[in-house]
Design a protein around this ligand. Structure first.
Ligand SMILES: C[S@@+](CC[C@H](N)C(=O)[O-])C[C@H]1O[C@@H](n2cnc3c(N)ncnc32)[C@H](O)[C@@H]1O
Length: 517
């Protein structure tokens, strides 16, 4: 049993593999950008007594990390199910519609069009007393549809009148927050009202809060397949509003069903001394920005950094988390977040991101033992960004050793990329803490030299490996080759590599595998 739908979560199996290959009993790992704690999950299955320190500035992902490190017992879940069923029975009237024949139907979902500032209902999905579901559609039976529409609008108005609070969101067009957009715009009024009531009632219950967190993205208007991970986006056509009481109850039931008694726990410690002295696998979490970490972790004490820092402007974690703070009081921290964002209030440009990156990594490197490794996820189709990232890390005392491509079956186009510039999978950069930093070369754009590096590398790579796509070639050595020769920063994005390779190779549109011309 695991709860995790955090943005850009990583695989805990990869973390396990890296820890198994690089660590032994009592070694200390630190993840300074913990997120939902998939790296912490990585120590669970290993037979090595590792000590883990996670640092994260936002509260919500820490709740996931704790839940997964120490899952609740089945009894806890059953207790929660009972408490919520009670709440459900007291409040389900919001979703109960009386038919013309006085039968009670429970509303499961409503499909609507949402042209700006208006709501146009299209159809209702109901469940009768025998749990049989049926649809009432505007197009198929207008009279019946209008009958239910009136009930729905009355209930929505009633809910609207009882809503206690709302929140004006910080405008940011990149993450679909328009000027004067309130959090209530994302929600049907019944859901908005009930969700506040639920969160108020269960606000002291940590377990309940984690469970609600994991389905919060489904409580707002979603598309029909509920696929968007962007919390502020909702479709203008065919949006869906769900019965959130059913949604929560189903989630609790599925947790009970998937509960495993064998699920191991990791011992939680309050501070570094008790972590270090612990005789079993243990972890501690620090809810602070890494820039503010000082005496909590002694200098020269960490054996391995394994982390996945925010990549420039790719995911606006703290801005997304405004919804979680609003409903569940999980504190977010926009001020200290390492991010590039063009929000109206408190914009942070690329320069600010890089300055903060340096501040963060200076602290991180201080905490590392000499000659220890830092293994860091990083991916950006803009090669200039990768170059700036590597330059900053090098200036903090991290020597770039190698890079490794991680195949990922599923991938989404990040907000700032197009199909042409997107490269698939994840990638890990390996660094070593050194006393003296290497002098870096940054050369001017020279197409002949660049082409020669790219073609030589690709030829060798293809001789060794039967097939390769552009992402594999880039991550398994070409980025490093371009970096040490000083040309990485002159290449805007991976599409430039694509165009150069295209001179000698055909590139399959889907797999992006290279075939010699
Ligand atoms: C890419 S995510 C990590 C995801 C993680 N690997 C997982 O699997 O869930 C980066 C995390 O860094 C956090 N973060 C951003 N700035 C930070 C800072 N200054 N100090 C600590 N954490 C920060 C963000 O809130 C976010 O959760």
């Amino acid at each position: 049993m695991n709860i995790n739908n955090y943005w850009s979560k990583k695989s805990h199996q990869i973390a396990s593999q890296i820890f198994r290959n690089n660590l032994r009993n009592n070694n200390i790992i630190m993840d300074p950008f913990l997120g939902s704690g998939t790296s912490l999950q990585g120590i669970k299955e290993l037979n090595i007594d590792l000590k883990f320190i996670g640092v994260e500035l936002n509260e919500m992902p820490l709740a996931y990390a704790n839940f997964n490190a120490n899952p609740p017992t089945k009894e806890d879940l059953i207790k929660m199910s009972k408490e919520f069923t009670d709440f459900y029975n007291k409040n389900k009237n919001f979703y109960e519609f009386k038919s013309e024949k006085d039968e009670i139907y429970e509303l499961e979902k409503v499909i609507l069009d949402l042209p700006s500032d208006k709501v146009e209902v299209k159809s209702f999905n109901f469940k009768d007393s025998n749990s049989k579901t049926f649809t009432v559609d505007r197009k198929k039976n207008l009279n019946l549809f209008n009958y239910y529409k009136n009930i729905y609008l009355n209930k929505s108005n009633q809910a609207k009148k009882n809503i206690k609070k709302d929140l004006l969101l910080d405008e940011n067009s990149r993450i679909a927050i328009k000027s004067q957009m309130y959090i209530s715009h994302l929600y049907g009024p019944i859901s908005f009202y009930l969700l506040q009531k639920i969160c108020d009632k269960f606000k002291e219950n940590e377990l309940f809060k984690v469970v609600i967190s994991s389905i919060l993205h489904l409580t707002k208007y979603t598309d029909l397949r509920s696929q968007s991970q962007f919390p502020y986006w909702f479709p203008k056509k065919n949006a869906m509003e769900r019965n959130i009481l059913i949604l929560i109850l189903k989630k609790i039931k599925s947790l009970i069903k998937n509960h495993q008694i064998s699920d191991k726990k990791i011992s939680k410690k309050k501070n570094f001394i008790s972590l270090k002295n612990s005789s079993e696998k243990s972890y501690m979490l620090i809810n602070k920005p890494i820039q503010n970490i000082n005496l909590e972790i002694p200098d020269n004490s960490v054996d391995l950094i394994f982390t996945d820092p925010p990549y420039y402007d790719q995911v606006a974690y703290s801005e997304y988390l405004a919804i979680w703070e609003f409903f569940l009081s999980y504190k977010k921290n926009n001020q200290f977040e390492l991010i590039q964002t063009n929000r109206k209030k408190g914009v942070k440009d690329k320069g600010t991101y890089l300055i903060n990156l340096k501040k963060c990594f200076k602290i991180i490197v201080n905490k590392m033992k000499n000659n220890s490794q830092a293994i860091i996820y990083f991916k950006d189709s803009k090669l200039k960004n990768v170059n700036d990232f590597l330059n900053i890390l090098s200036s903090c005392g991290l020597d770039f050793i190698k890079q490794e491509h991680i195949v990922k079956k599923k991938y989404t186009y990040k907000q700032n990329t197009t199909k042409e510039t997107t490269v698939t999978g994840d990638s890990l950069f390996y660094f070593k803490k050194v006393n003296r930093t290497k002098k870096l070369i940054n050369k001017k754009y020279d197409i002949q030299k660049i082409e020669s590096i790219i073609f030589q590398f690709t030829k060798k790579y293809l001789q060794k490996n039967k097939t390769a796509n552009i992402a594999q070639i880039l991550d398994n050595g070409l980025i490093k080759e371009l970096f040490i020769n000083g040309y990485l920063g002159t290449l805007k994005d991976s599409n430039m590599i694509y165009k150069i390779l295209n001179k000698k190779y055909l590139i399959d549109k889907n797999s992006r595998n290279l075939i010699e011309k």
